[in-house]
Design a protein. Structure first.
Length: 338
């Protein structure tokens, strides 16, 4: 995280006090190379109040907005990893045999890459929405508890509260636009590269059964996930958030502060985010791949329509077979992360 971003957050959430015992929650961010040290002292009574507020005010992603997001992701992947048309695949008049074989090879690569890019994109965005919702809920919690005189907030924090609906909408939409315009492009390219590598030894007429397809998809998914989450500065943040272009540490824009806090939480809790994402990806892929179990042995190329159908079915269901209990725990952890 940039030092100026740390300063912007600490200016907003420098401290707040519980009136009964003079307890102070202090966020101090130290930047040293690529390490961020976060020190916090949190009053137990304040924490319990926040936990109770969260239990009473749990907020789930809006189903209609989620359906729109699913459709946007579907359309972007469909555009970035298109399947050749039937006419293109069977054009014997205008294409040489080598060109037709190349079209079929691209059809196989893209049919598999589309499904995997879809699995990753939807799970990644559902988790990201949970982070955003709980950041916004925390602001609402602070405001309501301060109105009840149960906590005392710094004046600079009260200046922004309560957050307007327009501001909240802009915060969510801006970062979603970044993913749909730039993040999903980089992610799709990564998955396509891993797919081409995994299928190097597979010829079009080679026979493949359900187990073969399941293993191929799982290998590509695992390899893509490893590259996405490799190292401290992993690709997840660059997929989800635009670069922090505001280098002014004294900028008190609430929009900049919200983005800083989002970036900080994902950076600081990378291990938690990574583990939950991996769990959700595995749950989703197992559910989808189980539908292949009753299929017979087929020439590899004939799996293309089955992969295409799975891709369409996955998006048409408008739901994720992820572990909802785990997602709720993850959301609570983001809410309480100070």
């Amino acid at each position: 995280m940039f030092p100026c971003a740390s300063k912007r957050i600490s200016q907003l959430f420098g401290s707040f006090e519980a009136p009964i015992t003079i307890a102070v929650v202090v966020l101090s961010f130290a930047y040293a190379g690529k390490e961020i040290a976060t020190n916090g002292l949190q009053n137990q009574q304040t924490k319990e109040r926040m936990e109770k507020w969260h239990r009473d005010n749990t907020l789930e992603p809006d189903p209609d907005e989620s359906a729109k997001l699913f459709r946007f992701i579907h359309d972007r992947i469909d555009h970035l990893l298109p399947l050749p048309s039937k006419e293109d695949l069977s054009d014997t008049l205008n294409k040489t045999k080598e060109e037709r074989l190349a079209s079929w090879k691209r059809a196989i690569d893209h049919s598999i890459a589309r499904l995997i890019a879809g699995i990753i994109s939807l799970n990644l965005m559902i988790m990201y929405v949970h982070v955003q919702i709980n950041i916004l809920q925390r602001y609402k919690c602070f405001y309501q508890l301060s109105q009840r005189k149960q906590i005392q907030l710094p004046i600079q924090t009260l200046h922004y509260l309560p957050l307007s609906e327009e501001l909240k909408s802009n915060y969510i939409n801006k970062t979603h636009r970044h993913f749909l315009e730039a993040g999903i492009l980089d992610l799709s390219n990564l998955v396509r590269e891993q797919t081409v590598t995994a299928l190097e030894d597979w010829t079009l007429d080679r026979t493949a059964g359900p187990k073969d397809i399941q293993n191929i998809v799982q290998v590509i998914l695992d390899d893509s996930f490893k590259i996405m989450t490799m190292g401290y500065n992993n690709k997840i943040l660059s997929y989800l958030l635009p670069p922090d272009l505001n280098q002014d540490p004294d900028s008190n824009s609430i929009e900049a502060i919200l983005e800083d806090e989002t970036r900080f939480l994902i950076e600081r809790d990378t291990y938690m985010f990574k583990n939950q994402l991996q769990k959700s990806l595995n749950t989703t892929s197992e559910s989808i791949l189980s539908s292949f179990s009753k299929k017979e042995l087929l020439p590899f190329v004939k799996w293309v329509p089955h992969m295409k159908k799975s891709f369409e079915n996955f998006f048409s269901e408008n739901t994720l077979p992820s572990a909802s209990v785990d997602l709720k725990k993850f959301g609570e952890a983001m809410f309480l992360a100070l």
